[in-house]
Design a protein. Structure first.
Length: 375
């Protein structure tokens, strides 16, 4: 009786490269104990990343190098999942917080913390109160008190924001290294995140400004938070009326071109004309990059599976499984780096001026300012 290994037709990896049947790994080649340990490690490493930000990932995605795991559309190419899995322990060491210090944290790691939305205070998604309040205050200052922005001394930063990133109109009023440029660049980056999530130019630029410059986001105390909640509610109600009025004045096509991109991004609201704007909560989120998929993580494989069996598509060259190697990098209990607490000199404006602007600003002021800056 012939006991030799039977011949097989070539197997193919997810990118259709032929691979030898003798150099294959599938979920079946991982013991149940190892699968459980790796699944637990994957869950621990992904903890903190918003579930709607990247497609839900499973151990099978990692083991088979599925397109779902190999390409995250909302993440720049050099900090894809393999980077994240390899360096997750260091991110936790830094309490998932971007640090300005180049000695403590590399620019690449800082970028990853921003792009994976691990810090509630340092990201571009309109969800956490701290993000919404900074957006609100930045807009209020730009709209009615632009002279209150702090100017940087010449040696504090060499990075400038220009509208070249958007439409080639040049520097913004000569404020390239000041608090005004920082605020404007951040707002432009938030727009990019929500409206053009696979374009990273503005966000990459902002992260460099944040990393190498003096500026930091506002951190509001309890009394200031109370004021901001009240003022956001007031402006939100005004905004509802203004958006309806502008839509009627402009017509649907012009409204969508000039105003629609701000709704649910820089100002509270939904883009569906049948739903009234609202402030706060998950209802505001309009950007679900990658989707929030259910199932076994096989999304995106249907096309590759045509003409081949499911088992063939689950076969992956052992030497090529860089994701599984990255996943195996352990998470260890480590001393947590003390997080920097920014001083008042790093704010883009005095807190008193920011709060006063929030109290005085009107919805129409904000809308006209956004239309002027970002159209």
């Amino acid at each position: 009786m012939d006991t030799s290994t039977p011949s097989h037709e070539p197997f193919y990896s997810p990118d259709r490269r032929p691979i030898s049947p003798t150099l294959l790994t599938t979920m079946e080649y991982l013991s149940e104990k190892e699968q459980n340990a790796l699944q637990d490690l994957l869950v621990r490493k992904l903890k903190g990343v918003p579930c709607e930000h990247i497609s839900s990932l499973t151990l099978r995605d990692i083991a088979t190098l599925s397109p779902n795991a190999m390409s995250l559309p909302s993440i720049p190419p050099d900090i894809q999942l393999d980077f994240f899995l390899r360096h997750r322990a260091t991110m936790l060491l830094h309490s998932d917080t971007p640090l300005k210090s180049k000695n403590q944290q590399s620019l690449t790691l800082t970028r990853a913390l921003f792009f994976y939305r691990l810090s509630p205070t340092h990201q571009f998604h309109r969800y956490h109160d701290s993000v919404r309040w900074n957006i609100f205050v930045f807009l209020a200052l730009l709209a009615i008190a632009p002279d209150k922005f702090t100017r940087a001394s010449r040696d504090t930063t060499t990075t400038t924001w220009t509208e070249n990133s958007m439409d080639g109109d040049g520097d913004i009023e000569g404020e390239g290294s000041g608090g005004k440029a920082f605020a404007t660049t951040y707002l432009a980056s938030v727009l990019e995140h929500h409206n053009s999530p696979q374009n990273f130019t503005l966000r990459e630029h902002f992260i460099e400004i944040w990393k190498f410059g003096p500026w930091e986001f506002f951190r509001f105390g309890a009394a200031q938070q109370k004021v901001l909640r009240r003022q956001c509610g007031r402006v939100g109600r005004e905004m509802s009326r203004e958006l309806v009025s502008m839509r009627e004045e402009m017509g649907e096509e012009r409204y969508q071109k000039l105003v629609g991109k701000f709704v649910g991004v820089l100002v509270a609201g939904r883009r569906d004309r049948d739903q009234a704007p609202e402030e706060g909560g998950r209802g505001e989120d309009i950007d679900h990059v990658g989707g929030n998929w259910d199932g076994d993580g096989d999304v995106g494989l249907e096309e590759e599976r045509e003409g081949g069996s499911r088992r063939e598509m689950e076969m992956v060259h052992i030497a090529d499984n860089y994701l599984l190697k990255a996943l195996r990098v352990p998470l260890k209990e480590q001393y947590v780096v003390e997080i920097e607490v920014p001083g008042t000199e790093t704010r883009v404006a005095r807190m008193e001026d920011a709060v006063q602007a929030a109290k005085r600003v009107r919805a129409r002021d904000m809308l006209l300012t956004m239309m002027e800056l970002f159209n």
